[in-house]
Design a binder for this molecule. Structure first.
Ligand SMILES: COc1ccc(Cn2ccc3ccc(-c4cc(N)[nH]n4)cc32)cc1
Length: 246
């Protein structure tokens, strides 16, 4: 997968040199390219923002640098990329959406700052590529860079060869599979005894059936405590499946 990131803070993405994503880039599984939006400004101050039409607080990112940056990065011959635009007003980013994005060959991320990007930039981009405006949660960040890091990490770990152990991506609590849509229960490792606490004996029993049952029970307990609405959704899904099978 190729990923292009357009931002006024390229250094924000130094973490993408590290750990699993850094290794995947070195192995050629991921081709991540950073672009400084100011490369496409035309004034000596490299201006990327201006006051909002209609008044209001803050500044808005100018369309011209963005238009030319997207032309240069995403405008080549061949199939266009999918443009991902993090924004507080976007569609919720979920594990399901991450799975779909992981099937894309080429993503371009537009990292806004200030109060956002002139709306004509998205309208212009939609004329030549699919555009996805995504929110990573109901809170307001200072810009799109953190959201882009979250999305890139979530999508990249689903790519074959990135985790090294595809199994653990499949068992993610929000991934379709063993404990679909339940939260992860507690995990343990050596030593078996630590600060007067013991690892639950079932995990040392070697009885895989009992371990699976215990893990599902703990996942249900954690979900009931922290995300009860997920249990209601799970119950509704199971009821729908039962009614369909009748
Ligand atoms: C009032 O409207 C505002 C609009 C944007 C901003 C700051 N900002 C500028 C670009 C940008 C990109 C993404 C996000 C973001 C995404 C999520 N889930 N939270 N926050 C925030 C962003 C402040 C205020």
């Amino acid at each position: 997968m190729r990923i292009d990131i357009i931002t006024i803070f390229p250094d924000y993405f130094a973490p993408l040199e590290l750990s699993l994503i850094g290794k995947a880039r070195a192995a050629g599984i991921l081709d991540i390219r950073l672009h400084d939006l100011r490369s496409w400004t035309r004034d000596r101050h490299n201006t990327v923002d201006d006051t909002p039409y209609g008044g209001g607080p803050g500044m808005v990112m100018k369309p011209q640098p963005w238009g030319e940056a997207l032309d240069a990065v995403a405008g080549g011959a061949g199939a266009p990329p999918r443009l991902v635009l993090p924004t507080p007003s976007g569609t919720p980013f979920t594990q399901e959406r991450a799975k779909r994005l992981s099937d894309e060959p080429w993503l371009v991320f537009a990292c806004g700052r200030y109060e956002g990007i002139d709306a004509r930039v998205v309208a212009d981009a939609e004329r030549r590529m699919p555009v996805e405006e995504l929110s990573i949660g109901d809170y307001v960040l200072a810009g799109g860079e953190s959201a882009t890091l979250v999305i890139v990490e979530t999508v990249s770990r689903l790519l074959p060869g990135v985790l090294g152990n595809a199994e653990s991506a499949v068992q993610d609590s929000f991934a379709a599979g063993a404990m679909e849509h339940l939260l992860e229960g507690p995990v343990y490792t050596k030593p078996a005894h630590w600060r007067d606490q013991e690892v639950p004996p079932v995990l040392l029993s070697g009885d895989h059936g009992a371990v699976d049952r215990w893990r599902r029970h703990e996942a249900l307990r954690k979900t009931a405590r922290n995300r009860p609405e997920l249990l209601r959704e799970l119950a509704a899904r199971r009821l729908h499946e039962l009614e369909r099978s009748d």
